[in-house]
Design a protein around this ligand. Structure first.
Ligand code: S3P
Length: 439
């Protein structure tokens, strides 16, 4: 389900009712990757069928793995073990997906599979030395461009050896790339984190039968372990739910229920930050979906206030900041965020793109090297035209802004919404947002 490139959101509307959102993107990628290198069948339910996960599926098909994928999120993978992967005949196109390129590079380097990996204009500008450097320490030979960007070329088939690696940035993609290389390296591989990043890799490797040792901030595994196919049920993506959480939390009188949403504690920073801003959010029916916690979320709208966002919450809300900045713009008082320079390296430079978009709508926002200061006021958002720069989360965040603006917001560059949230427009309309393709 693709999204039109241009969307228009008319002010007003109040989010209400009960919603579900598509499967978690991070978990879906990992379920496909691990199923593809496991022995035995893996069945995934609720897999996100967005463009990013399709890029991962297509990469494994190009390496000879039989994967049956249905639009309803059911995926069946005929796993023949990592040894059965064959070198791809063509460059692997990872589209817009940082998770695909970084995790696959680690996995393929460990397996000694030579391949070239690249993507679209956005992906081809994103930093990759953060993965090629630790992989080189393990013995891999991977070329980047002079700027350290894709295309990546895995050049040697030499076996890797385990390392102990302290992550210089809080990044689950880097952590996972090193651990996946470590699966097929000699000896033990250990990754040390300063602040916890999302731990879906660790949880899911265990579900596939891998022994993963956790000791404080260190994650370790021994090379040479095999994965066994399993069933994975993917919860709704809290990063997709975030747009509706924010939209309902800041709309006085709104009441919205979001069902079966992933509640992994490394991902719930958006709830913590909204609560600090005064939001009324209740978690119901907290339960487990395999290795991941899930819950239903009930959010009731009220007036929010600005906050100083604690640095410790940055990794667990890293993808939700564009939406949170919209909440900050419409809240009473100033919101400050620092120690979040990682936002500059996402699908777009989310600090500059959000600051300039907020300016366009008449909001006082100052971009910092590592964050932003937003002077909020209920009613501060005006109408205008926003270029989402091909970044799905920028497009959906400004769509939410449109509900609270004093005049319509016209969005361009919206096709990227399909990378993570196919069906966003239909879901948003059903929930009460006045959103349509621009004439
Ligand atoms: C992801 C990790 C995060 C996140 C991205 C998905 C993952 O990136 O922003 O959307 O699935 O591991 P970093 O590892 O660069 O922080």
């Amino acid at each position: 389900m693709s999204a039109p490139d241009r969307l228009i959101v008319t002010p007003g509307g109040r989010l209400s009712g009960t919603l579900t959102v598509p499967g978690d993107k991070s978990i879906s990628h990992r379920a496909v990757m691990f199923g593809a290198i496991a022995r035995g069948e893996t069945v995934i339910e609720g897999c996100l069928m967005g463009d990013d996960v399709r890029a991962t599926i297509n990469a494994f098909r190009a390496m000879g793995v039989a994967i049956e994928a249905h639009d309803d999120g059911r995926v069946a993978i005929d796993g023949r073990g990592a040894d059965a992967l064959r070198e791809p005949e063509h460059a692997l196109d990872m589209g817009n997906s940082g998770t695909s390129i970084r995790l696959l590079t680690g996995l393929l380097a460990g397996l000694g599979i030579r391949a070239q990996l690249g993507g679209d204009a956005s992906l081809n500008h994103r930093p990759m030395r953060r993965v090629t450097e630790p992989l080189a320490l393990m013995g891999a030979d991977i070329a980047t461009t002079d700027a350290g960007t894709p295309p990546l070329r895995i050049r040697s088939r030499a076996p890797l050896h385990g390392i102990r690696y302290e992550l210089p940035v809080a990044s689950a993609q880097v952590k996972s790339a090193v651990l996946l290389a470590g699966l097929n390296a000699s000896g033990e591989t250990r990754v040390v984190e300063r602040l916890p990043s999302r731990d879906h890799t660790e949880r899911m490797l265990r579900a596939f039968g891998v022994q993963v040792e956790l000791a404080g901030h260190t994650i370790g595994l021994r090379g040479g372990q095999t994965l066994t196919g399993t069933r994975i049920s993917v919860p709704g993506d809290i990063s997709s739910a975030a747009f509706f959480l924010v939209g309902a939390a800041m709309s006085e009188g709104a009441s919205l229920r979001l069902e079966n949403i992933g509640m992994n504690p490394t991902r719930t920073g958006v709830i913590d930050i909204l609560r600090l801003m005064g939001a009324d959010i209740e978690l119901l029916a907290e339960r487990a979906a395999g290795a991941e916690p899930v819950a239903d979320i009930v959010v009731r709208g009220r007036r929010l206030h600005g906050v100083d966002i604690p640095a410790a919450l940055v990794p667990s809300a890293i993808d939700e900041f564009p939406a949170l900045f919209i909440a900050a713009a419409n809240a009473e008082g100033t919101t400050r965020l620092g120690q979040a320079d990682e936002l500059r390296h996402k699908e777009s430079d989310r600090i500059d793109v959000m600051a300039s978009g907020l300016h366009e709508l008449g909001v006082e926002a100052t971009a910092l090297d590592d964050g932003i200061v937003i002077v909020g006021r209920p009613g501060a958002l005006g109408g205008g035209a926003i270029d989402s720069r091909g970044d799905h989360r920028i497009a959906m965040s400004f769509a939410v802004a449109g509900m609270f603006a004093s005049a319509p917001i016209e969005l361009t560059g919206c096709t990227a919404i399909a990378t993570s949230f196919p069906g966003f427009v239909a879901t948003a309309r059903r929930a009460g947002m006045a959103i349509a393709a621009a004439p």
